[in-house]
Design a binder for this molecule. Structure first.
Ligand code: ADP
Ligand code: MG
Length: 222
């Protein structure tokens, strides 16, 4: 699902550079990424999702040379194959929680919104415990509710790869378990792989593998 070699990225402004000699993720595998704050974990997810383009190295995601795609191509690839739970949620303020969950269907011509999709969105919201909040806008939800809406949005289009950036970070212990169960059940159902950045060390035994990101940052890069 992911093959990365000698991946390098430096922010145009600012002294941070990321260097990843090798990172692999098999289809259906569940990988946790841990590491200190500022070590480049979110940057790595941006590279994998094609939000940022690496300066060097090789990156295949689901067999596709993502950095070689145009910006529009990367956007379409992301919408069709990747479910991304952003660390900062990135919900759309003026849309209801329901429409936020359905958002991939509004922006991707490859996805068709029909009654079955609406039912699926409702079922995901139910499983995530936000079914009674679907008419509210993000501003009228708690942090934990926003996070769960963002997770439903990431899962609704049955992505091949789920990228989750501290997706359990704002939740109480009971809801952490619920959300991880939901992520893993959806992944198993769709045969999807999961790459999750997490600080919750008690959740690590539930992953197939753990990569420690300490050491990947190259502070001399920029
Ligand atoms: P992590 O997710 O591991 O906490 P990040 O990938 O968010 O780390 O950030 C890695 C480093 O890159 C940090 O030092 C951060 O300050 C820096 N950084 C993040 N975004 C930008 C940006 N847009 N411009 C410049 N530097 C950035
Ligand atoms: Mg981060």
């Amino acid at each position: 699902m992911i093959v990365a070699r000698d991946l390098a990225y430096a922010y145009p402004r600012g002294g941070f550079g990321l260097r990843v000699p090798a990172l692999d993720l098999a289809a259906g595998e569940k990988l946790a990424v841990v590491g200190p704050s500022g070590s480049g974990k979110s940057t790595l997810l941006d590279l994998i999702a094609g939000i940022r383009r690496p300066d060097g190295g090789a990156l295949l995601v689901d067999g596709v040379d993502v950095p070689a795609l145009s910006e529009a191509g990367r956007r379409a690839f992301r919408a069709a194959r990747i479910g991304f739970v952003f660390q900062t949620f990135e919900l759309i303020d003026y849309l209801s929680a329901r429409d936020n969950i359905l958002y991939p269907y509004m922006i991707s011509p490859a996805l068709r919104l029909d009654a079955a999709v609406r039912a699926r969105a409702g079922a995901l919201a139910q499983a995530a415990g936000v079914a009674d909040k679907l008419d509210r806008r993000p501003g009228d939800l708690s942090q934990g509710e926003r996070q769960r809406v963002a997770i439903c949005r990431a899962l609704v289009a049955k992505p091949r790869l789920i990228l989750a950036d501290e997706a359990t970070g704002n939740l109480d212990p009971a809801n952490k378990g619920v959300v991880l169960d939901l992520l893993f059940a959806q992944a198993a159902d769709a045969g999807a792989a999961v790459l999750a950045v997490t600080h919750d060390h008690d959740l690590l035994p539930r992953f197939d593998r753990v990569v420690d990101f300490a050491g990947f940052a190259d502070r001399s890069a920029a």
